[in-house]
Ligand binder design. Structure first.
Ligand code: AMP
Ligand code: GLY
Length: 423
C-alpha cells in the first residue's frame, strides 16, 4: 500500500516510524516532513495546509491511504476533499473537526450527549460575559471559541483575572477572530490525562491513556507549551477510570456525532480531568496529541496500517489491538527561548549516539537537513522516546540519550513523569 502522511512534527515522525514497519507498506510519503522523517519516508515539499496540492499529489501518485496529523488541514476540509475524490483517508470531515475548531460547538454536543463536563456559557458580547463571571465567581475558566494555537485558555484564580481575560480576548482581540465568541466554564480540580480512540463513524476502538506536561518548566511551572513530554500508561487512569472514560466520554460522543449527521472518523483525543467525582471531559481534539502520539506508537504492538485502513473503511468493529507490556516516555527537547521567541538554525550533534541507547528512538519535531548537519527549525525540535519495563527504566533511558546529544541551543524538562514516580 502507498501511504501519504500529512504534517511535519514529532507526531508525524512517530506515525511514519510506525507505518514504515508494516509489511503491507510499499511506499511512504510525508508532506512536508522533516529531517528525521526523511529517514523512513520520502518527504514531499507540500505544506500541511495546502489542501488542493495534497489532493492532487495523492491522485497523481495513486495513494491508497492519506493520514492527516495536524488539526488545521482537518478543519480546512482536507479529509472531505480526499473522500470527494475517491481517496481513502483516515481523519474527520470539517463538520466533525468542528469539535476542535469551535469550543462552543463542542460544549453544545457534549451537553446533548450527556457527557460529564464543566458547566459553561457561550458569549458574543463582553457585558454578558462579565456578568456571568461576576455571578459565578472565581476560580473560573475563560476560553476563546476558535483555534488559538493552544493559547486561548485562561484559568483564572480571581474574578479580576477572568474579567481581564474577557477584555484581552474580546476587546483587544489578542487571538483575532478566535475571540469573537467566548466559552466561560467551571474550574475543574483533579489530575489531567489524555485518552485516545480510533473511530470510524460508528465504532470507537479505544487506544490508551497518556499524560502530557504542558508547562515549560520543571515542577509544572512557567508558560504553557504544546507539550514538553509524555508517558503512557499513566497510573491515574486505573482500569475502572478507563472504563468510565470510554463509557461516558467516548461512546456517547460517537453516537451523538452520528445522530447529528457529522459521523466522526479519525483519531479522537479526549482531554480529561480525573476529579473526585470521576472523569470529566475538558475538551476534544480531532487528532493525535503531540507528544502523546510518540508514546502510543512506541507501545503499540499491532501493525498500524491495516488498523487505519479499517478505520477509513468503517470496519473498526473487526479490529483488536495488542500492546507491549511496557511503559513509554518521551522527553521533548526545545530550542532555547521556547515557547517565547527562539533561535533557529542551531546545529544538533550526537543524534546517532542518542538513538543507539537501548529502547530509545529519537523522533524529530522541528528539524531540517543542512549539508551534513541536522539543524533546529522549530520551537519543539526533538522527542527522545524510550520504552522500558517500568516508568523509572523508560525515564532513565530517555535522559541517558538526552545527555548524549550535543546541542547547546536546546533544553528539556528534567522531571517528565514526576507524578507517576511520586505515587
Ligand atoms: P484546553 O486548551 O481547553 O485543553 O485548555 C488548556 C489547559 O487549561 C488544559 O489542559 C487544562 O490544564 C486547563 N483547563 C482547561 N479547562 C479547564 C477547566 N474547566 N478547569 C480546569 N482547568 C482547565
Ligand atoms: N500535547 C497536547 C496536544 O497535542 O494538544
Amino acid at each position: 500500500m502507498k501511504v501519504l502522511v500529512v504534517g511535519s512534527g514529532g507526531r508525524e515522525h512517530a506515525l511514519c516510524w510506525k507505518l514504515a514497519q508494516s509489511p503491507l507498506l510499499t511506499k511512504l510519503w510525508c508532506a512536508p516532513g522533516n529531517a528525521g522523517i526523511a529517514g523512513v519516508a520520502e518527504c514531499v515539499a507540500i505544506a500541511a495546509d495546502a489542501v488542493e496540492d495534497l489532493v492532487a499529489f495523492a491522485q497523481a501518485n495513486a495513494v491508497d491511504l492519506v493520514v492527516i496529523g495536524p488539526e488545521a488541514p482537518l478543519v480546512a476540509g482536507l479529509a472531505d476533499r480526499c473522500r470527494e475524490n475517491g481517496i481513502r483517508v483516515f481523519g474527520p470531515s470539517a463538520a466533525a473537526a468542528e469539535l476542535e475548531g469551535s469550543k462552543g460547538f463542542m460544549k453544545d454536543v457534549v451537553a446533548k450527549a450527556g457527557i460529564p463536563t464543566a458547566w459553561y456559557g457561550r458569549f458574543r458580547d463582553s457585558d454578558s460575559a462579565k456578568a456571568f463571571i461576576r455571578a459565578k465567581g472565581a476560580p473560573i475558566v475563560v476560553k476563546t471559541d476558535g483555534l488559538a494555537a493552544g493559547k486561548g485558555v485562561v484559568v483564572a484564580m480571581t474574578e479580576a483575572e477572568a474579567l481581564a481575560a474577557v477584555d484581552a480576548m474580546m476587546g483587544d482581540k489578542v487571538f483575532g477572530a478566535a475571540g469573537d465568541e467566548l466559552v466561560i466554564e467551571e474550574f475543574l480540580e483533579g489530575e489531567e490525562c489524555s485518552f485516545f480512540a480510533l473511530c470510524d463513524g460508528r465504532t470507537a476502538l479505544p487506544l490508551a491513556a497518556a499524560q502530557d506536561h504542558k508547562r515549560v518548566g520543571d515542577g509544572d511551572t512557567g508558560p504553557n507549551t504544546g507539550g514538553m513530554g509524555a508517558y503512557s500508561p499513566t497510573p491515574v487512569v486505573t482500569p475502572a477510570i478507563e472504563a468510565a472514560i470510554i463509557d461516558t466520554c467516548i461512546r456517547p460522543l460517537i453516537a451523538t456525532m452520528a445522530a447529528l449527521g457529522r459521523p466522526y472518523t479519525g483519531v479522537l483525543f479526549a482531554g480529561i480531568m480525573v476529579t473526585a467525582a470521576g472523569p470529566k471531559l475538558l475538551e476534544y481534539n480531532v487528532r493525535f496529541g503531540d507528544p502523546e502520539c510518540q508514546v502510543l506508537m512506541a507501545r503499540l504492538e499491532s501493525d498500524l496500517l491495516p488498523v487505519l485502513v479499517a478505520g477509513a473503511e468503517g470496519r473498526l468493529d473487526q479490529i483488536s489491538l495488542s500492546w507491549r507490556d511496557a511503559v513509554a516516555l518521551v522527553v521533548v527537547m526545545a530550542a532555547n527561548g521556547y515557547p517565547g521567541s527562539y533561535e533557529k538554525g542551531s546545529v544538533i550533534g550526537g543524534l546517532d549516539a542518542a538513538d543507539a541507547v537501548e529502547g530509545v528512538t529519537v523522533l524529530h519535531a522541528g528539524t531540517a537537513q543542512k549539508g551534513d548537519a541536522v539543524i533546529a527549525t522549530g520551537g519543539r525540535v526533538l522527542g527522545i522516546t524510550a520504552i522500558g519495563a517500568d516508568v523509572a527504566e523508560a525515564r532513565e533511558r530517555a535522559y541517558r540519550a538526552v545527555d548524549l546529544l550535543d546541542w547547546p541551543g536546546g533544553f528539556c524538562r528534567r522531571d517528565i513523569a514526576w507524578r507517576a514516580l511520586a505515587r
